[in-house]
Structures are given as structure tokens and as C-alpha cells.
Write a protein that binds this ligand. Structure first.
Ligand SMILES: C[S@@+](CC[C@H](N)C(=O)[O-])C[C@H]1O[C@@H](n2cnc3c(N)ncnc32)[C@H](O)[C@@H]1O
Length: 289
């Protein structure tokens, strides 16, 4: 008998995890099939349908799914860099249905903790419970899932401070206003300071984008409806603001990369497709260095 999908978390930002799970599966990233479901395929299909119709009105609109795959590949490459430099732990904030921890803990000796809202963590666990292969992933001692609301969670209390750590936050910062972004970066810095580590996240600063036309405004309104009112934050933030925020939180070696800036060895795909994507990364020196 085919495994039965669990009930889907409804409304709000968790729905965005269903679309991104659809992209992970569409791009056949390692481990993504573990988290595919009828719901992820349906949400992916609906969003792609709406974007295709919007594309009839906007010439050369950036492709959302290709941009997401680029950020998956770039953040994976930064995890590889951190592991090569001695990271022992990865903390994946707003992990959603990302298969990254599943893939890395299958091939690397790393302790991996995923954090997301309780309903998303439960849904992810229920997806894994569908079949023996998923149950084996759930039983891995190196892969942990923690429920928490990242607006305010103390990351030291939540995860301890063991080992040089890479903190990832993929697909999260676009929902935060300036104050919430700075607050999160300070809490990540506090988590990393004792043993040192790295942070990496994607974010396309609104100030670097062209002003939205009517189709983009319409899509924004649909997005707010789709996410239960929690649309993208509309701050006039620039790249320089985000780099300053990282330095103010105590990070060094601060850098930002567009897909086309990435080293060839990262093999970032879809460089001939128009996308809007950018990744930020920085290092925190250990306290006693
Ligand atoms: C666009 S999805 C990205 C998921 C995953 N990182 C990926 O790229 O596939 C955004 C995720 O952020 C999570 N999220 C949003 N606000 C959150 C909060 N305050 N606390 C914890 N998770 C949150 C959502 O539940 C969702 O899983």
C-alpha cells in the first residue's frame, strides 16, 4: 500500500515551506524525495501556474524556482567550506522541508540541528514516518529537529554553544523587518561567539531591486493572502545595510555574492536564466582567539 501523506499545516508562513519543498524536489537535490508530498506538488504547481500567467505581462521576469536552486547550491557550498575549516555543527534556522541536513548527515560526520515553527517540525517528522527509509533518517542521532519561533528565541538556550558552528538561515530574512533582522543577527552572533563559526543566508535587499510594477504589486498582495497576511517585509534595505548589520553584530570576513560571482567550483546552475538571488556570509572568531 502506498504511504499516506500526513495532514498539511495550514496558512501563514509554513505554506512557503511547501513551495520550497516543491523546488527542492523539482531540482532533484539529494534527499528531496523524502519530503515531497501531494501537498508540496500541489502548492508548487499552483505558484508556478500563477507566476507563468504573471510572466505574460512582465517581460524578462526573474525566475523564482531557478533562483531558489541557485541559493540551495550556494549555501551548500558554504557548508562544505565551513566543514573544511573545522565546523562540527550546523544549525539550519527556518529549515522548513529542506533536505540539506538529511543529505549532509548521510555523507559527513556533522551534528545537524533544524529549527522551524512547531507545525512545520511536526509535519516534517510525519513525512519521514511514512516509510522505513524516512524512519531511518528520523532515527539518525546526528540529525535533530527543534520547534521554536525564531522571532525572539534564545539560540544559546535552544542549542547550546558546542563546537565551531555554521548557522544557515535560508528563505527567512525576506520576512523580517530591519529591527527583526538585526535582532536575529545579534542572537546568531551570541550563539557563535564562544566557539566561533560562520553564518550564511540568502537575501535580496529591496533597495537593490527595480521598483515593483503593477504585476509585482499584485503578486505581493496574492503572496500576503497565500501566507495569511505575512508577506515579504517592505524595508528599503540595501546590501551595504546588511553588511553593516553583520559587522555591528561582531562578524568579520563579511561578504556577499550573487550567483554569477560564485567560484566555478561551486557549479552554480542556471547562470543563463534571469534570477534575483544573493547570499551573505561572515565569520565569527571564537571568544578566546
Ligand atoms: C520560504 S520557507 C524556507 C524553508 C527552507 N529554509 C528552504 O529554503 O527550503 C520559510 C520557512 O521559514 C519558517 N519560518 C518563518 N517564520 C518563522 C519563525 N518566526 N520561526 C521559525 N520558523 C519560521 C517557515 O515556517 C518556513 O518553513
Amino acid at each position: 500500500m502506498a504511504p499516506v501523506d500526513p495532514p498539511v499545516p495550514r496558512g501563514g508562513l509554513p505554506v512557503t515551506a511547501l513551495y520550497t519543498a516543491g523546488v527542492w524536489a523539482w531540482s532533484e537535490r539529494p534527499g528531496a524525495d523524502r519530503y515531497a508530498s501531494v501537498a508540496t506538488r500541489r502548492v508548487f504547481g499552483t505558484v508556478e501556474g500563477v507566476l507563468r500567467i504573471a510572466g505574460w505581462f512582465v517581460r524578462n521576469a526573474p525566475s523564482l524556482r531557478h533562483g531558489l536552486v541557485q541559493r540551495h547550491v550556494m549555501l551548500d557550498a558554504l557548508v562544505h567550506e565551513a566543514l573544511a575549516q573545522g565546523a562540527t555543527t550546523v544549525l539550519e534556522l527556518a529549515a522548513g522541508l529542506s533536505p540539506r541536513g538529511t543529505a549532509f548527515t548521510a555523507t559527513h560526520d556533522v551534528a545537524w540541528t533544524e529549527v522551524d515553527l512547531p507545525e512545520v517540525v511536526s509535519y516534517k517528522a510525519a513525512l519521514l514516518a511514512r516509510d522505513p527509509q524516512g524512519q531511518a533518517v528520523s532515527a539518525r542521532p546526528t540529525l535533530t529537529r527543534l520547534p521554536a519561533d525564531l522571532r525572539g528565541a534564545d539560540l544559546v538556550d535552544l542549542t547550546g554553544t558546542d563546537g565551531p558552528t555554521m548557522v544557515l538561515a535560508e528563505g527567512l530574512l525576506m520576512y523580517l523587518d530591519d529591527a527583526a533582522r538585526r535582532d536575529l543577527l545579534h542572537r546568531i552572533a551570541a550563539r557563535l561567539r564562544p566557539a566561533g563559526g560562520w553564518v550564511a543566508f540568502d537575501y535580496v535587499p529591496p533597495a537593490d531591486k527595480p521598483p515593483p510594477g503593477w504585476v509585482a504589486r499584485l503578486l505581493g498582495a496574492w503572496m500576503r493572502r497565500f501566507t495569511g497576511g505575512e508577506g515579504l517585509a517592505e524595508n528599503p534595505t540595501s546590501q551595504a545595510d546588511v553588511l553593516d548589520d553583520l559587522r555591528s553584530a561582531g562578524f568579520s570576513e563579511v561578504r556577499t555574492l550573487a550567483p554569477s560571482d560564485a567560484p566555478d567550483a561551486w557549479a552554480v546552475p542556471h547562470l543563463d536564466t534571469r534570477t534575483e538571488q544573493r547570499v551573505f556570509t561572515a565569520r565569527m572568531a571564537p571568544e578566546d582567539a
